[in-house]
Structure formats: structure tokens, C-alpha cells
Write a protein that binds this ligand. Sequence first.
Ligand code: PLP
Length: 400
Amino acid sequence: MSLEDPDKSATSVEVDALAASEFSLAEGLVYLNHAAVAPWPQRTAHAVAAFARENADVGARHYPRWLQKEQELRSQAAKLLNASGEDIAFIKNTSEGLSIVAYGFPWRSGDNVVVPRDEFPSNRIVWQSLAARGVETREVDLSGAQDPEAVLVAGMDRRTRLLAVSSVQFATGLRMDLARLGEMCRARDVAFCVDAIQGLGALPHDVTAMNIDFLAADAHKWLLGPEGIALFYCRPEWRDQLAMYEFGWHMVEDISDFERRDWVPAKSARRFEPGSPNMIGIHALSASLSLLTQIGMQIIERRVLERSQHLFDRLDALPLIELITPTARGRYGGIVTFRAPQVDAGALFAALQARDVVCAQRAGGIRFSPHFYTPLSALDEAVDRTRDAIRAVQAKTATR
Ligand SMILES: Cc1ncc(COP(=O)(O)O)c(C=O)c1O
């Protein structure tokens, strides 16, 4: 049963109850690091424990059941992205997905790819590595841009073949308007590649409506799954145009006949899965996605944004704090980054760690990233501990 319901108040109560039953973080810990690695829901922990038990007891005796779970996950991922299961591959991580695109894409020498300047290294290095093939990487500075989509498009020229962008920037938390970018790319015949790891699971990603050609996202952040399994979407029109560079028994059309000498790549996106699947990751991610789809992405997005707004309001009220994340509607997702300019960021980060606030040091400041289930009281607690941490760092500096 989906909890998605237009009646907001009734739904909030139900979601709060479900969240409380699914997340049982250690007492005193304030976990604001979903943009790094997320804690697992109970159902995911149980799925992994059950899979481990089964392996210990009977090995792969029930492998056909595992294959059913793999199919189930493909359907869940397809629903999440508004794609077909045929368009989705399970790969190792986001970086691998970006590499499949970069090294399969039909480049011609002199082409270029446009990326925002402050992308996570995985969404920069792979494009820069194409320089040897005559492909230029154009890094576009989005800092302070009022209209980042227009700035990215202004960085294109007639040799631009692909735009690679994160849904949400990992450090500043800037959220891109993917639907608008998709439209702009389509109008210019530029392929649109989305690194969705900082958005998928927190915000809706409709690859069809957003005209996304390629998308990759690992499970361990907003999808609430484990590291080492990622979703890769490839628009069907592109499938045959991407050259392949990983081969094995699992990526051929006829997967069951090991005697057969001739082979062709699978028609579906399974062609990007060369060997044995990550079955434990599949069991885990399927459980995590079942929670997200049970609640529904509209509700999750609303709650994620509510939490960011709550942090904006509370942090803004603290003296000495400057928000780095843009606060305009539509410009942020689940990441809230701030700095205390008069305090050393490293010292503040250490003081927060010491106070059991799990967060990250990014963009010269501190990054908080709660998820839909994080209680608002935990955010208030984090802000209180931040105020204490700032005072403690200042006191230490003054006595030096
Ligand atoms: C925007 C972005 N892309 C890619 C990655 C790396 O993802 P993976 O380890 O799945 O390759 C991260 C990790 O923090 C990230 O924030």
C-alpha cells in the first residue's frame, strides 16, 4: 500500500510512524550525512541478514528466487525513474556509469562536453580523460549564477555533444532544473547525462519527462541502500550507439546457452552487466526502494525540502553563520551547507564530530544532509550543538 495521499496531515502522521519504525539510530547520534553514506532502514538490514543466513544454510540452492528479486528490483528502479526495466542496468557505482557513457559515446575529434566547474571529481575526471581522443572538457563556473541552466547553455557551441551535470551539487547543494536542462539539450541536439547520486531517492527524477539520455546513481546515499550497487539508465535510442568495452557471459542476448559460440549483446541494458550480479546488493537495494516507493517520491521530496528549509531558518538565526546553499525555491535539495567565517572549518567540523553530529566538511564549510525521516527535533539539536561547537572553537582560539 502506498502512503502517497493528497491529505497532507494524515500522511505526515503515517510517514512519521513508518519512519520511526524503520530507523533506529544510536541514542544521541544526529545523522545528517545522507549526501555521504546513509544509514539503512530496518527492512534493508533484515533483507541482508536473511540473505546471509540463507547463503550459510543452503548456499545458492534457491537461485531462481534470487533472479526473481533481480527482476523485482529492475521493475522498482524503472518505476522510480519512469523508464522501462529494459533501459536499466545494475552496475558498481556512479563513476562506472559515467565511464560507460564517456567511453562508449560516439565522439569525433574536436567535440566538447560541458560540465559545471565544481562537480564531484567523478563527473569531471572521466570527461577530462577523453582529451587524448580529442574531446575537450568545458568547465562552466556556476558560482553566483542567477540562472545556472542558461549559463551552462551559454558554455556550449556547435561542437558540444554532451552536457554532464549532477542533479544537486555535492558541495554547495545547488539543485539544477533538470526538466529545463533536458529541454535545452534536446533543442540543441546535445546528449544529457545526469549524475543523480545527490538527488535520486530525495527528489523525483522522471527520465522521460526530463529528456534525460543517461543517468547513474549509486545506492548508498539518498536511496538508503548499500555501497557497490548503482542504477544506470540509458535511453533506448542510445543503446546501440554506445560502444561497449566490458564483456562476459551475462551481457549476451542468450544468457542461458553456455555452449553457443556466436553471440550478440543483449538488446536490453543488461548488455552493460558483463558478469555475475551483486546479489546481496540487489536484495538490499530492493528493500530500500520498497520503502521509498511505499511512501512516494512526492511526499519524500516535500519532507526533504521542509527539512532543508527548517535548517535554513534555524541556522540563519545563529550569529556568525553564512549559508552557502542557495535558499531560493527550486534551487536546493537535501543538502544544506554553511560556514562560520570567523571559525576554522576544520576545527568546527572536529567539534561537531565530537558532539555526535554526523556531517561533512565541504565547500569551505559544513554540510548537513538530513533525509525525509529525520525528526525536526534532531535538526534543532544539531543547530544547538553547532552553536556550542562554534563557541568552543572560539574559546580555544582565544586562549591560544
Ligand atoms: C555528485 C557525485 N558524483 C559521484 C560520486 C561518487 O559516486 P560513486 O562512488 O558511486 O562512484 C559522489 C560521491 O560523493 C558524488 O557526490
